[in-house]
Design a protein around this ligand. Structure first.
Ligand code: PMP
Length: 362
């Protein structure tokens, strides 16, 4: 490929061209320092502006209330599968997990290693074609938290209405749909997301945490596993993923310049609508994996009449610059990840290809 493609990879994922160009422009000499962001001290005035800027922008864009902190942590979203139970499954309390896909299941399996962990609902029986209904969720006695995965990247399902948990802290892995739509942050005690989809490149996980959750986190943990450490030191106890955080800031500025979450949400609905319509209007040639009520706006999963056609579809699409469409091995078929940075034109080109391919093969 001599030109950039439409990149439907699930993460690391496509980034807006504008921010890549901005990073390229600043690559050799960041704001007159004579150094790249990768080379400046994480304790410098310039880096402080970057990390505080990223936190401030995220708060503004997501409408994060004042009694929450934004933390930048390493170890990816998977690291949170460990930190959450270590910090909160204490004092005979039980972690509660809703299992709606692979990552939700991984989170639960890490919980078990730490302490009492309970499956509050599970949609494996229906092959993870949907998320859980609120009335299916059964909490254990003495729950430490309820953990959900707001968007199931592999299966292409997404929560439309979040469970009401009252006093029980609601924790969400929003790795694959953070910043894709407006949400009421005050419903959540803790939100986390690996950066490599809607926030920037890989290397950091963003944690939005309510202050009381910092206060009640387990103090008897190794330094790097305590939320407290990150909160007390403004995520600078040690050297953070400085270049990733810089890219996150550029990404947040881009979201703001695009009109914020209201505009982004509308565009995401439009984009996903184009692809789902192509599935629904294909006379059964394309079959969606997700039940319509749980369809993700971020990851559209579907299959063709047989696996040979799946393969041919992926290969033909790649030839015309539609990359990264292979479904995850657990589901097979096709997955089009259409995060914030996927332009409408990418979805239009995909739909045109889907229709052409169907006309040729059906
Ligand atoms: N949760 C979800 C919903 C994900 O999609 C992913 C990665 N694709 C993860 C967790 C794991 O993220 P990481 O690779 O950053 O540990």
């Amino acid at each position: 490929m001599s030109e950039r493609v439409f990149n439907f990879n699930p993460g690391p994922a496509t980034l807006p061209l504008e921010i890549l160009e901005e990073a390229q422009k600043e690559m050799l000499n960041y704001k007159g320092t004579g150094m790249s962001v990768m080379e400046i001290s994480h304790r410098s005035k310039q880096f402080e502006e970057i990390i505080v800027g990223a936190e401030t922008l995220l708060k503004e864009l997501m409408g994060i209330p004042d009694n929450y902190r934004v933390l930048f942590i390493g170890m990816g979203a998977t690291g949170q599968f460990n930190m959450i139970p270590m910090n909160y499954i204490v004092d005979e309390k039980a972690g509660n997990y809703v299992i709606t896909g692979s990552f939700a299941s991984k989170a639960y399996k890490e919980g078990i290693k730490i302490g009492e962990s309970h499956v509050a609902a599970n949609t494996k029986e229906v092959n993870f074609t949907r998320v859980a209904n609120p009335d299916e969720i059964k909490l254990s006695d003495n729950p430490a938290f309820l953990h959900i995965t707001s968007n199931n990247t592999i299966f292409g399902t997404q929560w439309k209405v979040y469970p009401e948990t009252g006093e029980v802290p609601l924790i969400a892995d929003m790795s694959s749909d953070i910043l894709s739509k407006k949400i009421d942050v005050s419903k959540f005690a803790l939100i986390y997301a690996g950066a490599q989809k809607n926030l920037g490149p890989a290397g950091a996980v963003v944690v939005v945490i309510r202050e009381d959750m910092i206060e009640k986190s387990n103090q008897n943990l190794p330094t790097m596993l305590k939320y407290d450490t990150y909160a007390k030191n403004n995520s600078l106890y040690n050297t953070p993923a400085s270049f990733t955080i810089y890219m996150i800031k550029l990404m947040l500025e881009w979201v703001k310049s695009e009109g914020g979450l209201e505009a982004i949400e509308k565009r995401n609905e439009y984009k996903a609508g184009l692809v789902y319509d192509a599935i629904d209007n294909s006379n059964g040639f394309y079959t969606g994996h997700a039940e319509p009520s749980s369809r993700s706006l971020m990851n559209v999963t579907f299959r063709l009449p047989n696996e040979d056609l799946d393969k041919e579809f992926i290969a033909e699409a790649a030839k015309i610059g539609l990359a990264g469409l292979k479904g995850h091995r657990e589901v097979g078929g096709i997955r089009a990840s259409i995060y914030n940075a996927m332009p409408v034109a990418g979805c239009e080109k995909l739909v045109e290809f889907m229709n052409d391919f169907r006309n040729k093969k059906a």
